[in-house]
Design a protein around this ligand. Sequence first.
Ligand SMILES: [Zn+2]
Ligand SMILES: [Zn+2]
Length: 150
Amino acid sequence: MSAEATIREGGCLCGAVRFSAKVSTREVHGCHCEMCRRWTGSAFLAVTVPVREITWTGSEAIRRYQSSDWAERANCKECGAPLYYHVTTEGPFSASLELSLGLFDDPSGLTLSKEIFIDHKPQAFAYSGDHPRLTRKETLAGFGISEEDN
Ligand SMILES: [Zn+2]
Ligand SMILES: [Zn+2]
């Protein structure tokens, strides 16, 4: 789904890290995988934004953590807020960041459009809406990854 590009701003809890991003999607993705759950405490809701469309302020306060062989997760060094997920292996995915929805000053107009690893979601909560909900197996198949690689 394409949408008119909007300049959206946001930042972490303490304000040390801020961004301005040209966002040309309205789609929010939710991930319930174990790593996202442990990282965020619930699920990771994010908006895909090309790296080149994001301008950071206070980037020296960004701490990157290599969470797997193929991706890193960034947090604010000061307040710990999750900032983004980034695929680091060569390929089309590395050109974008999954920017945390929680950072946006004004998330209006952004809509949950897909949930992945739905079979790993804790029973304690569920997001509403009529959108695709992919199991772990379906999610990995979509990325061309076999179960064993994960
Ligand atoms: Zn912070
Ligand atoms: Zn995840």
